[in-house]
Write a protein that binds this ligand. Structure first.
Ligand SMILES: Cc1cc2nc3c(=O)[nH]c(=O)nc-3n(C[C@H](O)[C@H](O)[C@H](O)COP(=O)(O)O)c2cc1C
Length: 328
């Protein structure tokens, strides 16, 4: 099959893989368009799904689109083409955030590289955010090393904070959580995205929300801001959470997209090894707290998100819009 014969079924497969990516509040803030003349799939920001109160600069939106672009690039490779990813390919069109060109057949589908692609591709469908307590079992060193490399390959950096630094990051996240709950606009915005799958294929189903931490170590996001109160009784979470800090050297839209690519690369590698993840983004949403999240020892970087990793139950699936609905 050559790009010229990209048929509707393959196109649907590619976009389905892209939309399986994580997005802030499961807003799925993307639209896809095929340019048949150049064999290119374009991803634009869907501004009708912006989070104006919690993500006013659309930084989280760019992370989400970066994660979708990672999946799209992987799916294109899985289907046997060489993917050429460009970020912000047209300076005159700022909503066009990324494009992936299908640049011809990949050389050998039986090579080790192709096996690695297929192994990661399969994780796209298995990955879910898991907001449950994790066990105390540490992640193995070689996996941490692989996650650090994956972030670097995508143009970002992953740091593993020591216990004192982890404590400090969680305290900042607690502060952010308290502020968000006290802020009517933000509280109402996040509540609006808690939706039953029977009503909407966007947003987070109540079943995918986890319990609160009975011992107060882990500031999990309280999406419903206690209204209605969480239906799940509080549970003790792991005493020593294993966090990774995803950061970039600069803080422009292209860096946010790169952070999204890195986030998804890390999450899929973790999923491959049965490691679950949840995200702690609250402190990044308050400029002063975001500034304090940076560790001066790792240089003048910009923190994009905190990733909590560990062993525990698989998260509940969240709905997605059909690929056909995401294609403009
Ligand atoms: C930029 C970004 C920020 C997020 N922030 C949080 C967060 O603070 N707390 C949380 O529990 N989940 C967070 N998530 C996870 C999303 O809620 C989740 O990806 C979405 O609901 C889809 O569910 P899934 O990851 O299981 O496919 C975030 C995701 C992204 C991409």
């Amino acid at each position: 099959m050559t790009p010229a014969t990209l048929d509707a079924t393959v196109l649907e497969d590619l976009v389905s893989a892209a939309v399986a990516a994580p997005s802030m509040h499961n807003t799925q803030p993307w639209r896809f368009r095929l340019r048949p003349e150049t064999h290119t799939l374009e991803i634009r920001a869907a501004l009708d799904r912006e989070l104006r109160a919690e993500d006013p600069d659309a930084r989280g939106l760019h992370l989400s689109v970066g994660a979708a672009a990672f999946n799209l690039r992987l799916a294109v490779a899985h289907h046997g083409w060489e993917p050429v990813l460009r970020l912000l390919p047209d300076p005159h069109e700022p909503l066009l955030l990324a494009s992936v060109r299908l640049a011809g057949r990949r050389p050998s589908p039986t090579s080790a590289a192709a096996t690695a692609v297929d192994g990661l591709y399969d994780q796209i469908w298995r990955r879910h955010t898991s907001r449950s307590p994790f066990s105390p079992r540490p992640l193995p060193g070689p996996l941490w090393a692989e996650l650090l490399d994956a972030a670097l390959v995508e143009g970002a950096r992953l740091h593993l904070p020591d216990p004192d630094e982890t404590h400090r990051l969680l305290a900042l996240t607690y502060e952010a959580e308290a502020r968000t709950i006290a802020d009517q606009e933000r509280r109402e915005e996040s509540r609006r995205w808690i939706r039953s799958p029977a009503d909407s294929d966007l947003g987070i189903p109540p079943e995918a929300l986890g319990p609160h931490d009975a011992e107060g170590h882990l500031p999990m996001r309280d999406f419903s801001a206690l209204h209605p109160p969480s239906s799940q009784p509080a549970q003790p979470f792991e005493r020593h959470p294993q966090l990774a800090v995803l950061a970039t050297d600069h803080d422009r839209p292209a860096d946010w997209l790169r952070a999204g690519l890195a986030l998804q690369h890390v999450l899929l590698l973790a999923t491959r090894d049965q490691v679950r993840a949840s995200l702690l983004h609250q402190a990044v949403e308050w400029p002063d707290l975001r500034w304090m999240l940076r560790d001066p020892r790792s240089g003048p970087e910009h923190v994009q998100i905190l990733i909590r990793l560990g062993y525990g139950p698989e998260g509940a699936p969240t709905p997605r819009r059909a690929a056909t609905a995401a294609l403009a």
